[in-house]
Ligand binder design. Structure first.
Ligand code: PMP
Length: 287
């Protein structure tokens, strides 16, 4: 059976799935999204993702498209139809379809789209060599905590990374401090083994992987600091890594063309990746 998508109440072939040209997501990027990782058929941290979706909607005063149980039901039905075991579920909610006009429409209903994608495990080479990251100015607005589909600066940053032969771009604020990657959170391990990631203010998206890894790091008893760090500090760090629902925990071995630490994936980074994978496996066992 061809892959299907869920579009405003209907399951349709993915290839033919479409929204109206006056959907405000298309016209104004007036919408929000979530990416929920799927591991061995389990939606990892589903409720945390749905909490963040609710929060993004509330902050933008977009209504909930349906109840949480209904969203969960559709997620599972789409996964079933698509035979999804490992990959992710994408959901997007926009303010709806209305004649193009900046102000909120009076009677538009929130529009909901869901898709799934199967992904392959990260390659051995990627894990052994680690990733290259470049830095770019953070050109985004002041509410990066909202998971809005308005992603132009992120797209430009990622493209700059690709053109520089890198995997990700770390965005840097006016004070020279790293905010986060274009689709990942940024972390370093200092020479004295402190794990550092920026505190979750309006300057970054509060990643769910970040949230869960913070809890796991605390439980493991590693030293941890949630604070901004500069590009210079990152360049002098022992290790660096990034996190996201699709990257999990991935080592960074080059920053702006300079080796991070000894130029090889960090030992603590490797441990944290394993701790996170063990966590996902524990969800499968307790399901
Ligand atoms: N920051 C940004 C800007 C992102 O787009 C993402 C991915 N959604 C993340 C961080 C990581 O968030 P999560 O761990 O929830 O995937």
């Amino acid at each position: 059976m061809p892959r299907q998508a869920y579009v405003n109440g209907r399951y349709v072939p993915h290839r033919e799935a479409a929204v109206h040209i006056e959907d405000r997501g298309y016209q104004f990027a007036d919408g929000v999204y979530e990416v929920v990782p799927v591991y061995s058929g389990i939606l990892v941290d589903e409720d945390l993702h749905l909490d963040r979706l609710d929060r993004s909607l509330r902050e933008l005063r977009i209504g909930e498209p349906m109840s949480r149980p209904a969203l969960k039901l559709i997620s599972r039905e789409l996964m079933r139809r698509n035979g999804l075991s490992n990959g992710f579920l994408y959901m997007q909610v926009t303010r709806g379809v209305a004649p193009r006009d900046h102000k909120f429409p009076k009677d538009a209903r929130p529009a909901l789209v869901m898709t799934t994608r199967q992904t392959k495990p990260h390659s051995k080479q990627l894990l052994e060599e680690g990733l290259k990251v470049i830095t770019v100015p953070d050109q985004r607005w002041e509410r990066c905590d909202i998971k809005s589909v308005s992603l132009l600066p992120n797209i430009l940053g990622k493209q700059a990374a690709v053109e520089a032969g890198a995997y990700e771009a770390w965005q840097v604020d006016r004070n020279g401090m790293v905010t986060e990657g274009t689709s990942t959170n940024a972390w370093i391990v200092t020479q004295d083994n402190k794990v550092v990631t920026r505190d979750a203010t309006h300057s970054i998206l509060g990643g769910i992987t970040r949230h869960t890894l913070l809890k796991l790091i605390r439980a493991e008893g590693y030293d941890l600091e949630e604070r901004p760090f500069s590009v210079e500090e990152a360049k002098a760090a022992k290790e660096a890594f990034l996190t996201s629902s699709t990257s999990l925990v991935l080592p960074i071995t080059s920053l702006d063309g300079q080796p991070v630490g000894n130029g090889h994936p960090g030992i603590l980074t490797g441990k944290l990746r394993q701790v996170y994978i063990d966590y996902m496996q524990s969800l499968k066992k307790s399901a």
